[in-house]
Design a protein around this ligand. Sequence first.
Ligand code: SF4
Ligand code: SF4
Length: 121
Amino acid sequence: MFDMIGNIFKNLGTKPATRCYPLEKREPFKASRGRVKGVEIEKCIFCGICSRKCPADAIRVDRNAKSWEIDPFKCVICGACVEVCPKKCILMDETYTQPSTAKDKLTYIQESKEESQSQAG
Ligand code: SF4
Ligand code: SF4
């Protein structure tokens, strides 16, 4: 009984063991991978290697539509896609994924050269 009362008073005077995320963010661990931030779509050659190597089936590459898509809710942050990409165009950073109410995917579409030129001119 006295032990329990002692514990209650001790806990009242200490901070909670968990953080109130996202209001209170933790500094990333040293060498933490963080998350896949996106792709530099202009460098992508749509080889599809990242998609084939992804153990979580999180990446979709469409060569014809020149699109690259990732489902952040499937990604397990293994870094395999980043390692195998021959163009080194997949980006990771150390920030945590923000909480979200929708399971949105990140989609990138490469503009064709003609489109880019006509927009520039
Ligand atoms: S980090 Fe791993 S799980 Fe996430 S997209 Fe890349 S290969 Fe897939
Ligand atoms: S491995 Fe790299 S170049 Fe190939 S489709 Fe994926 S992101 Fe594009």
